[in-house]
Design a protein around this ligand. Sequence first.
Ligand SMILES: [Zn+2]
Length: 374
Amino acid sequence: MLVLDFQLIQCRMGVIGQAAVQRSIKVSLKFATVAKRYRLAALLSEVQSCTQRYIDYLWSNPGWLDAKTLNRVGGGSLSYRHRSNCLKVALETVSSTRKAAKATGVEASCPHVSGAVRLSSLVAKVEPGKGTFDYVLKVSGLIKGEPIVVPFKSHKQLNYWLEKPSAKLLQGCTLGDGWAALWIEVPDGNLKPGRAIAVDIGVNKLLVDSDGNQYGLETKAICARVRRCKSGSKGKLRARRARRDYINQEVKKLPWDAIGVIGIERLKDLKRGRRPARGKTFRKAMAPWTYRVATARIEMLAAENRVRLVVYDPRNTSRECPVCKTVSKDSRRGERFCCVGCGHAADADFVGAQNGLARTLQILGSVWSPRRRS
Ligand SMILES: [Zn+2]
């Protein structure tokens, strides 16, 4: 059944053209003078509080990206452009929070702005630099007509993406304390054909794929070693490095040459701990860090191997029976899955990966089906 579906998808992939992916790459703003750093910090805090005021307003009132909504809230010392940017970010934040709440059935509370802020091309521009600096970041500041201009240097990771054919550096940035993240648009390129697999990222095994192969069986022990080391010690650094190397090595073992599509769990849900069934021990043993590293590695190898990456919603993947589709918490017994509906029994992570594959194929179908698009 799944094989048949996938052949259809292969045809569809040929029909629809190339898509682009956006990446954000962090650069250090340490070359800014002290005065500029102060100005950036002042701007950051103004933008944060203005965005928060819009979010507070939009949380209980309807609003749009227009002058009427813009003037509902005082902008402090921010320019019109900055306020428009804040309103745009606030609208997106409120709408995505509501969507997430609806999808998970969890009641959401008004989002709180902290940390970095997004600055659109209206207020932040990246231009070629002079001399030893590769680029300059121009951010319109709190004083009219006096932009904050910060030179910065490129680095290995930024060059890696910019050297890709048809990669485009987008205008705007995410501004943090002492750093900025730039946005790069990279075309997906010519993806190679091949069958699809999905992986489940887990605690006892780092990865289980939808063929039933297991990778990273020592992950738990290696993570435990990191936790045992005294924080700040050299041993801790060593253990962390060993953990990173181990994850990289295991992700590399996936059948990259043979596949054309790989499905992974959407990370957002994991970071916020939306898998209550797995409990505290699980979250402790598999810090979000491990997920991020494993996912980032999969993303990178997928790009290198021209494999299409599909991100699926992980909700209930470990509770749904791949045979009869019964969803029940009782089907999961630790490492084992035993369906309460039909008695189907298998490794729980393997079941997760199989359900992941079904969702991956579903997503591919809905994205690439020309019929459903119209
Ligand atoms: Zn069943």
